[in-house]
Design a protein around this ligand. Sequence first.
Ligand code: LLP
Length: 418
Amino acid sequence: SPHFAYRDGVLHAEGVSVAELADRLGTPLYVYSRAALRAAYGAYQQAVGSRNVLVCYGMKANSNLAVLREFARLGAGFDIVSEGELQRVLAVGGDPGKVVFSGVGKQAYEMRAALEAGVKCFNVESVAELHRLSDVATAMGRRAPVSLRVNPDVDPRTHPYISTGLKENKFGIAIAEAPQAYRTAASLPGLDVVGVDCHIGSQITEVSPYLDALDKLLDLLDTLAAEGVTIRHLDLGGGLGIRYSDETPLSPSLLLDAVFERLRTRGYGDRQIVMEPGRSLVGNAGVLVTQVEYLKPTEVKNFVVVDAAMNDLIRPTLYEAYHGVLAVAPRSDEPSALYDVVGPVCESGDWLARDRELAVRQGDYLAIESAGAYGMVMASNYNTRPRAAEVMVDGDRFHVVRGRETVAQLLALESTVE
Ligand code: LLP
């Protein structure tokens, strides 16, 4: 990537040496590039052009306030899944009118907070939720804008753990049951039907699953139009893939061109499209920097034991996800060997990378690539490991955007029993 590149033999994030960051701030350390965030968002803006599209950043991918602030400044909306995420949006001055609220388990207090804030839409995932939302809104003397998240039962051809639009997934309302659910929504006093929503999965690299889903949504719109229910926007969730190793990512413009072509031919060219990209906006804007604690050759395998672990980046062990590993300052004075990169956590599943050719020594820094999405947000304190610090690089400058946790902070909420 242009934002993480070698200069004088040392990996740099934009204009800043990653080795210097690690020396000064310690490891493990998440390093983000502001220019990479802007470039990723810019690709969406360019693809959108003058079309009626709202890009709602799927902020679960990386909800650091500095990341959110950047996207808010660029005019993004946000896809939230909790009241906590709403508070983050408000904390950075994001526009609540551009917020869509997704998730299968919204609680009444979360609905109240979102109505109070004035979100654009609730993406409702069940008939029971329709009733709760109507009750909450009615009690506040309001009407809640709703979309139904429809489960279009299409195969996104991605990892089964991150495909969300198949019948057997917990998400959404089966497409066959959607007309009845819309009738219910239209009849409830506290609801205002505004849209339709789907989310078919993540790390998608082909257009066809989106078009399959879109066709099913448009069939539904035909049915609803015949009953006098108008759908103003279509929220096409399902995240574009990024390059982790050799994937060919699908560009936002290819996708939007295909989507608008289909909308036009089916007579819905005047509708708004909402997108909820997460990974493709942040994934390749971050790396996780870690230090080699030990080299541990064994009879069957060589291990590099580093100071980052599954609690810092769980994707490898949870999804068998591939993340590239770079030496921050590659050595020519060391023979390379095949290593598994593992952390200090007491689990065999605590690995970050397998079978990588590396020329490293104790004390060297490594950068785990493509760690900007679903990295820090999925971190835990397993083994009483304080979570990593996060730093945002901006040209030749850097800003610590989350300090390193301390053990004292971890213990603070706990107490013993006499
Ligand atoms: N909107 C909704 C309702 C979602 O459920 C998701 C992701 C997104 C937007 C953002 O999708 P993206 O553009 O990132 O694909 N932890 C997994 C990914 C789980 C994605 C779940 N939903 C991973 O590390 O691969």
